[in-house]
Design a protein around this ligand. Sequence first.
Ligand SMILES: C[S@@+](CC[C@H](N)C(=O)[O-])C[C@H]1O[C@@H](n2cnc3c(N)ncnc32)[C@H](O)[C@@H]1O
Ligand SMILES: [Zn+2]
Ligand SMILES: [Zn+2]
Length: 355
Amino acid sequence: MALRRRTLAPTPLSHSRPQRRPKPTAKARAGGCDDGDYNDACCQECGSGESPAELLLCDQCDRGYHLFCLRPILVSVPKGSWFCPSCTKQKEPKSFPLVQTKIIDFFRIKRTSDPIQQPCQDGQKKRKRQSSLVMSKKRRKLLPFIPSEDPERRLEQMRSLATALTASGTQFSNELTYCPGMAPRSANRASLEKGGMQVMSKEDIETLNLCKSMMERGEWAPLMVVFDPQEGFTVEADRSIRDLTIITEYTGDVDYLNNRENDDGDSMMTLLHAVDPSQSLVICPDKRGNIARFINGINNHTQDGKKKQNLKCVRYSVDGECRVLLVANRDIRKGERLYYDYNGYEHEYPTEHFV
Ligand SMILES: C[S@@+](CC[C@H](N)C(=O)[O-])C[C@H]1O[C@@H](n2cnc3c(N)ncnc32)[C@H](O)[C@@H]1O
Ligand SMILES: [Zn+2]
Ligand SMILES: [Zn+2]
């Protein structure tokens, strides 16, 4: 069957807040119900042939599905072959083995401490110091996450992320990575940000570093990655989390936005929105990344969607470099799913079909 191609001009960036960047659709295998050659190209879910540019045809059975009728939905047409739910016989992702040594190796946890021990004391001391709600609210100080106390539970949390990363073909990396052929680290200069970038206070940098060092020891934020048939992987709070708590940094490979205009990943994040667009940078967690790439977005077209938001995405200048953090923007109950707004400013990411 012939391919019809559709190219969308990339949307110019005119936002200054971070946003998740879906890629402009590079091609659509399109057809309509009333369209000669494409007679069968109706969506198997909703029965309609409308929005043909967003109707995907299965490379095996030629049946059609709207991007937005799939569960989880797709935000752009995949570049390579695509097989429909009945041809792939979708099933739950294969669980990563619940074997402590395997999990430790997967995440390259420092073996100096056993991640199934109790969290270290220095983290606890710092947390005590910062536990005055009134003070931290007033000064908007960021708080370090508090790992779950039960070591077995922490292992389960790590395993859930290992399962999701393995299923998505992503290696774990808790830092921004700079690879040959992409943007060099020297390109990450917060001073290039259009309108300037919020500078992280010394105290908050300390808190961020504390979170990072806790993670190296296997003391992670209390988060569980779960698989939902409608939303795909999604992240839940595994204990209550207070407003202003650092949830995670957004990590992955750093690249120039220009290099990624036709990328069909759905997890790109703006890192630097430069005055000169050729200097703008994005974080791409397709090859390497952490839990941030599994946190879902609100449907910002509905009131109910907006009510779900419990995180905000903030970009900071840390020692002159841009960094993206996900931070709680209200108290979060145990078991709540985490959501933030993929569209910091413009509605560039199509969320109208999000649950
Ligand atoms: C950054 S990824 C989030 C993790 C993703 N759920 C996964 O399984 O890898 C963004 C993708 O997640 C899905 N997604 C995110 N938020 C969603 C929501 N509220 N409802 C449905 N799907 C959602 C969409 O497929 C979107 O393209
Ligand atoms: Zn449909
Ligand atoms: Zn099929």
